[in-house]
Design a protein around this ligand. Sequence first.
Ligand code: URA
Length: 244
Amino acid sequence: MQRLQKVLAMSGIASRRKCERLISDGKVKVNGQIINKLWMKVDPEVDIIEADGQQIIWKNQNKVYLLLNKPEGYITTVKDTHGRKTVMDLLPANLGRIYPVGRLDSSTTGLLLFTNDGELTYALTHPKHKFNKTYLACIRGALKDDSIKALENGILLEDGLTSKAKVKIVKTNPSTSLVKITIHEGKKRQVRRMFKSIGHPVISLKRIAMGFLTLNGVPEGKYRYLTLTEVQRLKNMYQNNIKN
Ligand code: URA
């Protein structure tokens, strides 16, 4: 038996907090009865649960999808043999085996997805799907037009030419620039190496979006479950080979 709001959130209809609100607002029924108390425990295998008039699909319960706003200083690994802080320390312990989709450097902050859906992980990290990742980079120096062109045309790194990036200067002054950069590859430390190779070392880096997913409403160090619609949209993207 599990708490009703947890079952609702795990089935992907909304975040845990929104599910709690749905319950308090009297929009959730269990076996045909409105339940507006948060302490209710249910058996999703047996009970018929409806939220906003729609029966939840529990077969999704063993697939977990969540989005973390990673703070600085956490390494992207499931287990660290040196006892350092890992991104898993920021997630509930009872989720079973879930894995990060790609990785962020320890000093990079921002959006990191987690799932136990190997097919989705594979699809989102495969270069052929060109899944966009957008970063906000604070770099040394003022970024000039020729450097923007270089990033947009691809930068030759030691492990090959990067594909074309989308670049937008958010603000700039002689000593630093804030730049929004979108890439779809996942080479190791790619953004840092791209800027370094054109003479603009990165001071700080934050991933602000992956495809249509953003950090909106998720404070640093916190996570939220993806909604069923978001999961479906991600799956449609790669099944239909849709570009972002
Ligand atoms: N590029 C980097 O350089 N670091 C990251 O963490 C992600 C992308």
